[in-house]
Design a protein around this ligand. Structure first.
Ligand code: SF4
Length: 476
């Protein structure tokens, strides 16, 4: 999972892209980068957070009125600088691209690019595959008289070749800025605008929080399979190039997106409260009567408050969080992840001592974090601990860009709820049911593949095996 920003304006855009990337830093902290266009491309990227990459470098030193930014959380490919985005290719026109998502047919696509289009893909990062595919589809057109319809035709051909989940933003030098997503619309991408003294500025981003920070008006989310092209005269064109059944990643609402983002016209915080309230039905059936509901800070606050409200039980902050430790979920290495979890949470003994505690987290993936938290709460004197997952049991790997793609790591893929309770050392474990979650999204078709194994793009056993191997390779 990554975060992307693209700005097509009239003035120097790099400082605004920098600010936008800081707003979506939670989407990845492996690497960051910005590219701008001012006659030629100006690129700065590296490993770490945005502020690490730009330490001692003024973003304004990257000139140009068009630019792209990226924060990366590596799911496929290495953690190295070579796979950091944006990526640039010099023909046709000069193209720069950032993307968020995962290409699932990378082996066959790489072969096709090599054998049929004579292009060598020299990184493991799947954005190169999308970029080179788009480049080779564009070069089939009349480049001297490139029309908007040619751009959309090239996107359609790219969508036909590239399987998986992706939202991408691309600068086509001298022509404009293009944003598009996969035919199922799995990953989010929103468009906004603002007016500067020199004219209209268009902004594309993974999340609407970028617009809040930049003072933009949110226009809308891209629809599944849609492409939006801002031409060199700042005219906006859009076309649904290749649409299939919508399957938006429900995990954006559960965990990934910031609570103050609006995706598909829904505020993420409100969605989490709704999920918490819905959990109360399942919780009541267990007959458990907790004294307090606490959250695993900070992504679970809204679930916990919704559950507490619906149960009529007080919500308390029972775990303190060290805000200077990053998101453990998006850290690839298990040892580092466990250290981060230890550093991150500390129980507040006076709140939990002698109490029957329901502790709510967004999900249970590997179970190691959950068990650590149960042990901490027990040590702090909690009398009874019910571990509550706001999402249903995760039973299948995500092949679309969230780092749970190695099946052997997923606890609910191998154990039933009682065995999980035993492993977590909890008194009870309560999960959201998949039926209840789906019921909350009756009017927004979502992807639930990590809970059901029903992949919207389809995925053969062979494809899953190859993706798992790639994933393991990138963890080494
Ligand atoms: S498998 Fe799960 S995490 Fe992956 S895109 Fe689908 S809902 Fe999101």
């Amino acid at each position: 999972m990554c975060g992307i920003v693209g700005i097509y304006g009239k003035d120097t855009v790099a400082p605004s892209i920098f600010d936008g990337l800081v707003a979506i830093q939670h989407r990845g902290h492996d690497s960051a980068g910005i590219v701008t266009l001012d006659g030629s491309f100006h690129l700065k990227k590296g490993l770490g957070h945005v502020t690490d990459v730009f330490r001692g470098v003024d973003p304004a030193s990257l000139p140009g009125h068009a630019g792209l930014g990226h924060v990366r959380y590596a799911t496929i490919g290495s953690n190295g600088e070579i796979d950091a985005q944006p990526m640039v290719v010099n023909y046709p026109f000069g193209l720069a691209m950032v993307h968020n998502g995962n290409v699932i047919n990378f082996a066959s696509l790489r072969r096709w690019l090599h054998d049929e289009r004579h292009r060598l893909v020299d990184t493991d990062n799947d954005v190169s595959l999308i970029l080179y595919t788009l480049a080779s589809e564009l070069e089939q057109r009349d480049l001297k008289h490139l029309e908007v319809s040619d751009v959309f035709d090239a996107v359609r051909a790219t969508q036909d070749r590239v399987e998986g989940a992706y939202s991408a933003i691309c600068i086509i030098a001298g022509q404009g800025m293009l944003a598009f997503c996969d035919p199922h619309g799995i990953r989010p991408i929103v468009i906004g605008k603002k007016f500067s003294e020199h004219g209209i500025v268009y902004v594309f981003a993974s999340e609407s929080v970028v617009f809040d920070l930049l003072g933009c008006q949110r226009i809308r989310d891209l629809q599944p399979g849609e492409a939006v092209f801002v031409d060199r005269h700042h005219h906006l064109h859009s076309s649904v190039c290749r649409r299939k059944a919508q399957a938006f990643c429900v995990f954006e609402y559960i965990y990934f997106a910031r609570e103050d983002s609006v995706i598909h016209d829904r505020l993420v915080a409100t969605e989490r409260v709704r999920m918490g309230r819905r959990l109360a039905d399942t919780f009541r059936k267990t007959g458990i009567e907790p004294d307090i509901v606490i959250d695993v800070p900070s992504s679970s606050y809204f679930f916990a408050s919704g559950l507490a409200e619906a149960l009529g039980v007080p919500y308390r902050r029972g775990l303190a969080k060290n805000n200077h430790v990053g998101r453990s979920f998006i850290t690839q290495n298990q040892t580092v992840r466990e250290t981060m979890v230890r550093q991150k949470h500390n129980p507040i003994p006076d709140v939990v001592r002698g109490k029957k505690v329901a502790v709510v987290d967004d999900s249970i993936v590997r179970g190691t974090t959950s068990r650590h938290l149960v042990r901490l709460l027990r040590k702090a004197g909690a009398k009874e601990i019910t571990f509550v997952s706001a999402s249903p049991p995760i039973t299948h790997p995500c092949i679309y860009g969230i780092d749970m793609s190695v099946k052997r790591e997923i606890i609910a893929a191998h154990y039933d709820i009682d065995q999980i309770r035993h492993y977590l050392e909890a008194d009870a474990v309560v999960y959201q049911t998949l039926e209840d979650l789906k019921d909350l999204y009756r009017d927004l078709p979502c992807c639930y593949a990590c809970f059901s194994g029903e992949y919207p793009t389809g995925a053969s056993e062979e494809a899953l095996r190859i993706i798992e191997e790639e994933k393991l390779k990138s963890k080494r």
